[in-house]
Design a protein around this ligand. Structure first.
Ligand SMILES: [Mg+2]
Length: 271
């Protein structure tokens, strides 16, 4: 079982719509709403004993990153969480970390569920809004468009349990109405760009990938958890770094400095 095999099967089932983008888009008369949901699990997304404020921050940050990838602004979130102990101080610190990021992002907490379990797990749904018709999907990349990233890559592949995720909501306004496709880099550049190119039916050639200080080129190309934005645009996007171009060719094929780049990023089920 791979994440892809499950998603491909689900997409073919009756009653399933809208899989494949960072958020599901609900059209409205003035603005569209976008929805995403992400889990945060002890032992998978963080290590037992990490600061609860860090856990709360990063649990919400993953959803906010998906909102940014749509070119949207967050509005509200719902948090369902199960806690392994009745340590109320720990629980409050988790929510303090989450709410600090929510307030900084213009997002309010409007509901959810609390429960008890043997190891911490949370699922956070975030809703955002974007002017009608401007939400960015993965299927709009066209040959000739540039490929951009919002910053150097590889930092969190090196040290994913340390740094706070900074969702790139600061770029949402400048990419909507300009970019042709976008997604956030959660699983690694090589696999995420492969997915975007598959959705758009195009290939890409990369010339230079910016490597974060202390990271390796391998980590920048294939390491996950960057939560920077991967943007395709016919025009230059301010404060981003151009790494290559979209070209016509076999959908999903990425070449890097003349050789094919295998999609080697993170799969939750691969062993
Ligand atoms: Mg995403």
């Amino acid at each position: 079982m791979t994440e892809r095999s499950v998603l491909d099967w689900l997409a073919d089932q009756p009653g399933v719509v809208g899989l494949g983008d960072d958020c599901y888009i609900v059209p409205g008369p003035m603005e569209d709403q976008v929805f995403t949901t992400d889990m945060f699990i002890e032992g998978v997304h963080f290590k037992t004993g990490q600061a609860p404020e860090w856990i709360g921050h990063n649990a919400l940050a993953r959803g906010l990153s998906d909102i940014a990838a749509m070119g949207a602004d967050p509005r509200f979130c719902l948090v369902s969480a199960a806690f392994p102990s009745d340590d109320e101080a720990w629980t409050r610190r988790f929510f303090q970390g989450l709410l600090k990021l929510a307030r900084e992002s213009g997002c309010v907490l409007t509901g959810g569920d609390l429960s008890h379990t043997d190891r911490f797990v949370a699922d956070i749904m975030v809703c955002g809004v974007v002017p009608r018709g401007l939400a960015l999907r993965r299927d709009g990349a066209k040959p000739g468009h540039g490929v951009y990233v919002s910053d150097a890559l590889g930092t969190r592949a090196r040290d994913r349990f340390c740094s706070l995720v900074k969702p790139r909501l600061d770029l949402a306004q400048s990419i909507r109405g300009r970019a042709s496709a976008c997604m956030d880099l959660s699983d690694g550049l090589s696999i995420d760009l492969h997915r975007l190119c598959l959705a758009s039916g195009v290939s890409a050639t990369l010339s230079a990938v910016p490597v974060a200080p202390g990271a390796t080129e391998e980590q920048a190309l294939h390491g996950g958890e960057d939560y920077e934005l991967l943007i395709v645009s016919p025009v230059q996007i301010p404060d981003t770094i151009r790494i290559g171009s979209i070209v016509a060719g076999t959908p999903g094929v990425i070449s890097y400095r003349g050789t094919v780049l295998e999609p080697k990023g993170y799969d939750h089920f691969a062993t």
